[in-house]
Design a protein around this ligand. Structure first.
Ligand code: ASP
Length: 328
């Protein structure tokens, strides 16, 4: 029997969910499952990135994403360097592109980039030889967050297709919402957004989602309740009255959650504002909240993405592969 072809992503970079088809998503999630197992072993090492150099380049704060990319790269045997922008020449006025070109001269294989401006990561990807992973650009996309959310859901519910997912809160400023909407729709889920009009992007009706302004109606019969942080750093005016009032209408508490399915999962990408968009009682509910599981899945998904992208780089042929379309 001929060997199955090695699965490859269609592009050198992962800049967004846009451009990924269901077989790509399935293959990433299938490979991530393997890395969940690896990460649960005492000996957590794999070898897909042996000899490779990965640079974490974060122009915006991050706890989970930066750490989990670092762990992912190290568990795959790569050399991972964290570039602290605070300490770099960027503070002295070096431009994004100059920074990228300087780093490229050091021959990294993968650049993982977070930037406050939408589109900045794509711009950078056009100037460098390395594979670029978007770790969040402004309000635009955060593809690995959507992939780790999908993995968390698929492991708990066994599928994505047909599920009703309510994404609630600050949709306007959220790259997590955008990437999740794209991914969940491509995988056949029904996506609802629940927010006040001030926190919804113009033209949201054209995104193919169901729009709700009333939280209880929006959660009615939902399988997944995904909460978002109020992104105050991206707000330049009065988008919401007071945090207290926001919580009253849009904060997830037991009462509002009662409208969702009895086995609905509670998700949040973090960092959480307890008492603003989510009550601690539901955030810490061990039966329903999968917020910590999302963090664990983040490492596995990032290992899978790093592995798959470096297969596209010259001279890195892995011994085995994930065949396209092998997903559930
Ligand atoms: N950590 C996510 C992001 O970087 C969500 C958030 O910051 O609220 O977009």
């Amino acid at each position: 029997m001929p060997a199955e072809p090695i699965f490859r992503l269609p592009t050198r970079h992962l800049l967004g969910i846009e451009g990924l088809a269901p077989p790509h998503v399935d293959a990433i999630l299938d490979l991530s499952e393997t890395y969940v197992e690896t990460s649960r072993r005492a000996e957590k090492k794999a070898s897909g990135l042996r000899g490779r150099t990965v640079i974490n380049l974060f122009f915006e704060n991050s706890t989970r994403t930066r750490t989990s990319f670092e762990l992912a790269g190290k568990r795959l045997g790569g050399d991972v360097i964290n570039m602290s922008v605070e300490a770099s020449s960027v503070k002295k006025g070096e431009t994004l592109i100059d920074t990228a070109l300087t780093l490229t001269a050091m021959n990294p294989d993968v650049l993982i980039v977070r930037h406050p401006d939408s589109g900045a990561v794509k711009l950078l990807s056009e100037k460098v030889r390395a594979s670029v992973i978007n770790a969040g650009d402004g309000q635009h996309e955060h593809p690995t967050q959507a992939l780790l959310d999908a993995l968390t859901i698929r492991r708990r519910k066994g599928r994505l297709s047909g599920l009703v997912v309510a994404i609630c809160g600050d949709i306007l400023h959220s790259r997590v919402a955008r990437s999740n909407i794209l991914l969940l729709q491509v995988m056949g889920a029904v996506v609802r957004v629940v927010a006040p009009t001030t926190l919804l992007p113009a033209g949201i009706e054209r995104w193919g989602v169901e729009v709700f302004h009333d939280m209880r109606r929006g959660l009615d019969g939902a399988d997944i309740v995904m909460m978002l942080r109020l992104q105050r750093e991206r707000m330049d005016g009065g988008y919401v009255p007071s945090p207290r009032e926001f919580f009253h209408f849009y904060g997830l508490d037991r009462d509002k959650l009662a409208r969702a399915k009895p086995d609905a999962l509670i998700m949040h990408p973090g960092p959480m504002n307890r008492g603003v968009e989510i009550d601690s009682i539901v955030a810490d509910d061990l039966d329903r909240s999968v917020i910590q599981e999302q963090v664990e899945m983040g490492v596995a998904v990032r290992m899978a993405v790093l592995d798959l992208l470096t297969r596209n780089l010259q001279g890195n042929e892995p011994p085995g592969g994930v065949p396209a379309g092998s997903g559930r």
